[in-house]
Design a protein around this ligand. Structure first.
Ligand code: NDP
Length: 300
C-alpha cells in the first residue's frame, strides 16, 4: 500500500482563502483590521522563523501583526508586565496575544502564559480555555490540535468509534488533541463518522512501555514527541492514518517523528514533515485570531 499524503500546506492555503473573506468583513464592519501581537523572547533561530511565518500568514489573510521582541535575559516579572501592557492595548489594539514558546529556562512559562487574558488567548493555553475544551464547549482550541482534527475531517478519515493512539501528552498538543478526538459532536450537529470526534483515544508517553503494541492496534496514530523515526513501519497497522506532529532538525533539514518512507508503504494516509501539520497550526492560529477579534467586538 502507498499512503495518501495529507497535504497540510494545500489545506492551509484553502483555509487562508476562507479567512480572507472573514477578515475583510470584519474590517468593513469595524473600520480596522484584526490584529495579533506576538511576544518573542531571546534569539532562538527556530522561534524567530516560526514568528516570521505566522506574521507573513497573518498578512496574507488581512490580519495586522506586531512582534514585540525581548532579550533572553528578560525576567518572569518583566514578561508578565509586558503581556499585561499588551492586554491594555499599549502596543496598539491586541485582539489576539501570543507568547512564542519555548521561553528561556529561567522564566516561569506558566506565569507568563497565565497573564494572557483568556478572551485573547489565541494559542488556547490559558486554564480557562483548557477547562472549556475539557468540558466539551471549546472557545480557543490549541492550534496544533485543532489543525490535526481539521486535517482528519478534510480527508474524510473516519474517527467515530475508531481507536486513536496519540504518542505525547503535552498540554499544547497531545492532551488537547485527545480531548478533541474523544469529544461528542458539537451541539446541534448530527453524528458524523468523519467528524473528527467520537473516537476512543489512548495517550502514550515516555513511561508507556511497549508503545508499538498500542500503535499497532490504532486506526489513527499521532506522533507528537520530538524524536526522529520514533514511529517505524512495524508499529503501524496496514491502512492506518499516521499524523506526524514532530519537528526535528537533522543534518540541517526538518524531519518528523515518523520513519516516513517505510511507514508510507504501510499506512493508508500519512502527513509529511515539512508541509503537514506545521502549516495547519499556523492556519488555526489565524482562525483563532479572527475569532478573538470578533468576540472582543461582540460579533459572535
Ligand atoms: P513536549 O516535549 O512537551 O512533549 C513530548 C511528549 O513526548 C511528552 O509527553 C513525553 O513524555 C513524550 N515522550 C518523550 N519521549 C518519548 C518516548 N521515547 N516515547 C514516548 N513518548 C515520549 O513536546 P510538544 O508536545 O511541545 O511537541 C512535540 C513535538 O511536536 C516536538 O517535536 C515539537 O517540535 C513538535 N511540534 C510541532 C508543531 C507543529 O505545528 N507541527 C507544534 C507544536 C509542537 P513525558 O510526558 O513522559 O515526558
Amino acid at each position: 500500500m502507498t499512503a495518501t499524503i495529507l497535504d497540510g500546506k494545500a489545506l492551509a492555503g484553502r483555509i487562508e482563502t476562507e479567512l480572507c473573506g472573514e477578515a475583510e468583513t470584519f474590517a468593513g464592519v469595524f473600520s480596522r483590521r484584526p490584529r495579533l501581537v506576538v511576544v518573542l523572547v531571546g534569539d532562538m533561530a527556530a522561534s524567530a522563523s516560526y514568528v516570521k511565518s505566522k506574521a507573513a500568514a497573518a498578512g496574507r489573510v488581512g490580519i495586522d501583526s506586531e512582534v514585540v521582541a525581548m532579550p533572553a535575559t528578560a525576567s518572569t516579572a518583566e514578561l508578565v508586565a509586558l503581556v499585561q501592557a499588551i492586554a491594555r492595548n499599549e502596543h496598539g489594539p491586541a485582539d489576539g496575544i501570543l507568547v512564542q514558546l519555548p521561553l528561556p529556562s529561567h522564566v516561569d512559562t506558566v506565569a507568563v502564559l497565565d497573564a494572557v487574558p483568556p478572551d485573547r488567548d489565541v494559542d488556547g493555553f490559558h486554564p480557562e480555555n483548557a477547562g472549556l475544551l475539557s468540558q466539551g464547549r471549546p472557545r480557543f482550541i490549541p492550534c496544533t490540535a485543532a489543525g490535526v482534527q481539521r486535517m482528519l475531517i478534510d480527508a474524510a478519515i473516519p474517527t467515530a468509534g475508531k481507536h486513536v493512539v496519540i504518542v505525547g501528552r503535552s498540554d499544547i498538543v497531545g492532551k488537547p488533541l485527545a480531548l478533541l478526538l474523544a469529544s461528542r459532536p458539537p451541539l446541534g450537529c448530527p453524528p458524523d463518522d468523519t467528524g473528527g470526534c467520537d473516537a476512543t483515544v489512548t495517550i502514550c508517553h515516555s513511561r508507556s512501555g511497549d508503545i508499538g503494541a498500542l500503535t499497532r492496534q490504532a486506526d489513527i496514530v499521532v506522533a507528537a514527541v520530538g524524536r526522529p523515526k520514533l514511529i517505524t513501519a512495524m508499529m503501524v497497522k496496514p491502512g492506518a492514518a499516521v499524523i506526524d506532529v514532530g519537528i526535528n532538525r537533522v543534518d540541517g533539514g526538518l524531519v518528523g517523528d515518523v520513519d516516513y518512507g517505510p511507514v508510507s508503504e504501510v499506512a493508508g494516509w500519512i502527513s509529511p514533515v515539512p508541509g503537514g501539520v506545521g502549516p495547519m497550526t499556523v492556519a488555526m492560529l489565524l482562525a483563532n485570531t479572527l475569532l478573538a477579534a470578533e468576540l472582543r467586538l461582540g460579533k459572535r
